[in-house]
Design a protein around this ligand. Structure first.
Ligand SMILES: [Zn+2]
Length: 351
């Protein structure tokens, strides 16, 4: 029994090491910016109107004025005060090459609050975007920097938290830094769609395929298709252990065991934010508030660090039945599989 539990431990340990070894981001360098356990209301890469969500929305027990602390040593490098967007926000630059951002705050710590008010008074301007030098407001890990709130474009009290590469300003998925966010729930697939790629994906648009769950696997009936050139889309959500709907971290599409297309949301730069509309079925999103994510590259799509494999366009060369597998994985490695078969049914004319 002891040997068995030791073996289990070793297997889990190796799995953990493999998972950690998959990214180069410092693990556990940053602490939870709140004094309560992290519960997510939204994750990195969640689909929003015209953009990806660029950080974590951390729940604050539906309250305002919770203590927000510096995630690591560093200095206050920027303060933003705006009516919409981030509301009141603090940026802290850390010596390890990353900057953390805390938004929708109610107020800043004493000295900083005073400094900001003086600047607003001097400029006779309430909205501010100020850059600060390293000597002005150094902070240490765990130091109180602000009180949480609901300022700016926020629909309820929460803390919006981002981690950026200081040099490139790319936003990185904070969950890759080893925060403790318990999650044993696999992504949930609710729909599959195919698109006739002889035409634009907007017109004639998505063809629905009914998805059913059998055991712990998803499947559909045999998908019979009349176009020789198609692509697929998927409608799915993820959940952590609490009930909020989160965005999908990673998806892969295989045909006959070969990777046709994959996406993974590790990092996104603010310059590329608009390419979100090339990752989803924009028509369905606008008309039905439904987010179907394409498992193919759309024309003009230039989002870096997003897709792997080829372009996801399937060109049928025969009328055989082909195996399709879609694999969705969250940051904690929980995986869901959709396994089905597809067949092109029109007669192929060969010259
Ligand atoms: Zn947010």
């Amino acid at each position: 029994m002891k040997a068995f539990s030791q073996m289990i431990f070793i297997v889990c340990f190796i799995n953990g090491v493999i998972l950690l070894a998959q990214n180069n981001y410092p693990q556990n360098y940053f602490r939870n910016p709140l004094h309560i356990p992290i519960q997510l209301a939204a994750n990195f890469g969640a689909v929003r109107t015209n953009h990806f969500h660029m950080g974590l929305d951390i729940r604050t027990n539906s309250q305002e004025n919770l203590s927000v602390v510096a995630a690591a040593d560093g200095y206050v490098s920027r303060i933003k005060i705006e009516r919409y967007g981030f509301g009141n926000a603090i940026y802290i630059t850390h010596p390890n090459g990353y900057t953390t951002v805390y938004a929708h705050l109610n107020s800043f710590f004493d000295g900083l609050d005073q400094y900001v008010k003086e600047r607003q008074y001097k400029d006779e301007k309430w909205e501010q975007d100020m850059v600060l030098s390293p000597k002005q407001f150094p902070v240490s890990k765990g130091q109180l920097i602000a009180l949480s709130g609901n300022t700016g474009g926020s629909a309820g009290p929460h803390l919006h938290f981002e981690i950026r590469d200081t040099k490139t300003e790319e936003c990185i998925n904070p969950l890759l830094f080893g925060f403790d966010v318990p999650d044993r729930i696999s992504p949930i697939i609710s729909g599959m769609y195919w698109y006739d790629r002889r035409f634009s994906t907007y017109e004639p648009g998505a063809n629905g395929i009914t998805v059913k769950k059998v055991g712990n696997m998803y499947t559909t009936n045999l998908i019979q298709i009349s176009s020789p050139t198609i692509s697929f889309g998927i409608k799915a959500i993820d959940k952590a252990n609490q009930g909020f709907n989160l965005g999908i971290y990673e998806a892969k599409l295989f045909m006959d065991g070969q990777l046709k297309y994959g996406f993974k949301i590790d990092k996104v730069s603010y310059e590329d934010i608009r390419y979100l509309n090339g990752c989803i079925d924009y028509t369905k999103f606008v008309q039905d508030k439904m987010s179907i994510q394409h498992l193919s590259t759309l024309p003009g799509m230039k989002l870096e660090h997003y897709s792997t494999g080829s372009d996801g366009i399937i060109n049928f060369q025969d009328n055989e039945i082909h195996n399709i597998e879609i694999v969705l994985t969250d940051v904690n490695g929980n995986t869901s599989r959709l396994v089905t078969k597809v067949q092109f049914t029109k007669i192929l004319f060969k010259f």
